[in-house]
Design a binder for this molecule. Structure first.
Ligand code: ATP
Length: 315
């Protein structure tokens, strides 16, 4: 009998894109952040992050990126500015250990698309490196570190459908009675989130201090009825995003005229998200949009899990 010898340990974590079913935005706080009442949903468009311990001869830290063919690799930094590197540094400092790991990120979530792809990678890095280093970080500490990395990162850890308050970092899971089908249409050129918020401030100088609530929409989510949900979708960043990118308004109208229950801008855009009645409906709509010349049209369902371990993809 031979005993298998493990020469290296690989940890692969999958983490999902989000859309905002409700994004109520208030006037900027003293710290510059906008208060939000948001309903996040994690959808089945995912990045995979694999972390491996380096050998003795290897560099202690290495980050490699492989991107889907619709993503410009030049849009994502691979140095210390990558949010994965920032997550590693933060987790290591929390435990007082050196940063170690070879990281491979397989990106399918469009960059600067309003889908929180960077946040998904940050959440994946926290979960993977916590395992790789056997650091045993408590859930509360992971959520605190996540919030330091970005407002959407705590939700990327939790997934499902959830209410976000504060600047989005305070997350409460919600009852969700549906399987929701989305058609997502990314744009080649991203929209920088700070630019969209700046434009929001210009368009709405009298925004309320308390962001608009999502109460009715929460009932629709619990009911599982997509027709009801479609009526209640709301994104306060849609107007500024469309003002900056009028072409997106044309796309939203096209999707709705082709039968989407509703089209909205995802987060700060520019990705357009179309809610459909079923998987068949979503596939039909995707086909129609492709016939109208859109080359990248993705179908995803929600809600899916937050950052979680998956079977090893890298041997
Ligand atoms: P959000 O909706 O949370 O604002 P987004 O989907 O609009 O996010 P991201 O894809 O998270 O935007 O990217 C925002 C910026 O972060 C990019 O312009 C990119 O340069 C930088 N960035 C750093 N690390 C990553 C990463 N791992 N993946 C994607 N972008 C990253």
């Amino acid at each position: 009998m031979s005993i298998p010898v493990r020469t290296s340990v690989n940890i692969t974590v999958r983490s999902a894109a989000k859309i905002n079913l409700h994004l109520g935005v208030g006037a900027p706080r003293d710290d510059g952040f906008h208060p939000l009442t948001t309903v996040y949903q994690a959808v089945g468009l995912c990045d995979d992050l694999t972390a491996t311990l380096p050998g003795e001869q290897d560099a202690p830290w290495d980050l490699r990126l492989r991107v889907a063919d619709y993503i410009d690799p030049g849009a994502v930094p691979v140095d210390d500015d990558n949010i994965v590197a920032r997550a590693a540094t933060l987790l290591a400092a929390h435990h007082g250990v050196p940063v170690r790991g070879h990281i491979d990120v397989d990106k399918a979530i469009p960059v600067a698309g309003g889908l929180a792809g960077g946040s998904a990678d940050a959440a994946a890095a926290l979960v993977a490196l916590d395992r790789l280093w056997d650091a045993r970080t408590s859930d509360d500490d992971l959520l605190t570190l996540a919030a330091e990395l970005g407002s959407d990162v705590p939700f990327a850890l939790i997934g499902g459908t959830a209410l976000g308050t504060g600047r989005g970092e305070l997350v409460t899971p919600l009852p969700d009675g549906g399987t929701w089908w989305w058609v997502l249409v990314p744009s080649r050129d991203g929209l920088a989130t700070p630019d969209v918020y700046r434009h929001f401030d210009k368009l709405f100088p009298d925004a309320p201090a308390v962001p608009p609530p999502a109460d009715e929409l929460l009932d629709a989510v619990a009911s599982g009825d997509p027709v009801r949900l479609a009526r209640l979708l709301r994104n306060d960043l849609q107007e500024p995003a469309l003002d900056l990118r009028p072409d997106l308004g044309v796309l939203l109208e096209r999707g709705e005229s082709e039968g989407a229950l509703r089209g909205i801008i995802s987060g700060s855009g520019p990705t357009c998200a179309f809610l459909c009645e079923s998987s068949d409906h979503a596939r039909d709509l995707a086909g129609a949009l492709m016939r109208h010349g859109r080359t990248v049209v993705l179908v995803a369902n929600g809600a899916v899990a937050g950052a979680h371990l998956v079977e090893n993809l890298h041997g």
